[in-house]
Design a protein around this ligand. Sequence first.
Ligand code: NAD
Ligand code: DAU
Length: 354
Amino acid sequence: MHTYCITGGCGFIGSNFVRYLLNKYGSNITIINVDCLTYAGNPLNLKDIWDEPRYFFRKIDICDKSALKKLFKEFDINYIVNFAAESHVDRSIQNPEAFVSTNITGTYTLLETARQSWETEQGFLPERKFIQISTDEVYGSLGKTGCFTENSPLAPRSPYSASKASADLLVKAYSDTYNLPVNITRCSNNYGPYQFPEKLIPLVINNCLNGSELPVYGDGKNIRDWLYVEDHCGAIDLVINKGLPGEVYNIGGQCEKQNIEIIKAVIRIISGLLPDSKNIGEVLIKYVNDRKGHDRRYAIDSSKIRKELGWYPQTGFEEGILETVKWYLDNRDWLLDVTSGQYNEYYKQMYKGK
Ligand code: NAD
Ligand code: DAU
């Protein structure tokens, strides 16, 4: 019976991962969701799971040393999966401070708490691991060709990616110095249910539904490598169970798309699903000023995790994007709660997690 500490479990990928674990392992595991509920943390993302007997929620900031220490005394934690982060590049350009705090100091605080809690005179307790959820953005920006491998140099260019690269280096330092069992995963752009509508795909869906403009940064030809969130969850599960301590694993969908292609695909799908909405169309597209320091292209070489752990993505882009759009159309209350800030005002108080 393993105990997972999932940080950032009320965010996009974290909530999908909690659901993935429960679907796969059911009552054979215990999950503690550690989240301080920033604007991106939404308890509603796990509403269907609140009453699961082996699921616990703790409202804790990962920078809070004493709260984490207490948590490790309360639970015998096997795995820390660190999703908690400030995750939006545009926000990091506006206000980098929270990124330095959560992404760097928070990761350090978790690492140090794990080290102190798991270390014995005979070494670390068995069946313990720290998994850092990192990003392909730590490798910087690519030209027209080539892919990031695990050996590509770290060359982050935004405050967000610099803070994530710093966290990766701390995780590596805890592995090299103390032998703390760790893995780092570096994934490309995720899409799917429960993503906060500040990110490209849910933003475009939400704006289409409201008949608002669809802002395209620069020439719209920047490229991202898209992965359906469920496939990312499967990869993390494999890394936890089979990943060799100290190793880094890239995770990517081999699905490069220009931003403008993504936007047009979403418009096409929504128009097909809502044929009566005459105001949804490419007329909403508006080219706006480019993001400062906008990385041109990301592409991930994930042959290591494919060869060594047998992972491969199961959801093609056409299927994944259709499912994603349908989910947002079917969950307009969720979208409304998030965009109105309602979830923030009421649901934090309503949440009576164990
Ligand atoms: P998100 O912004 O949707 O969620 C982040 C969660 O972390 C929220 O629930 C928030 O409340 C919580 N959090 C923030 N600061 C905290 C703190 N100090 N203490 C405790 N909780 C805190 O993020 P996401 O898109 O789900 O990304 C999750 C992780 O995956 C991040 O580490 C991100 O860097 C990484 N990642 C994301 C993508 C992507 O495409 N979304 C791709 C690769 C890697
Ligand atoms: O690559 C992994 C990263 O993907 C993660 O580490 C980040 O946490 C995650 O937010 C994401 O970063 P991006 O900056 O790639 O995602 P975003 O959805 O913000 O933007 C995707 C692309 O679309 C990017 O080139 C900028 C562009 N864009 C974005 C928005 C919000 C637009 O053209 N218009 C927009 O309104």
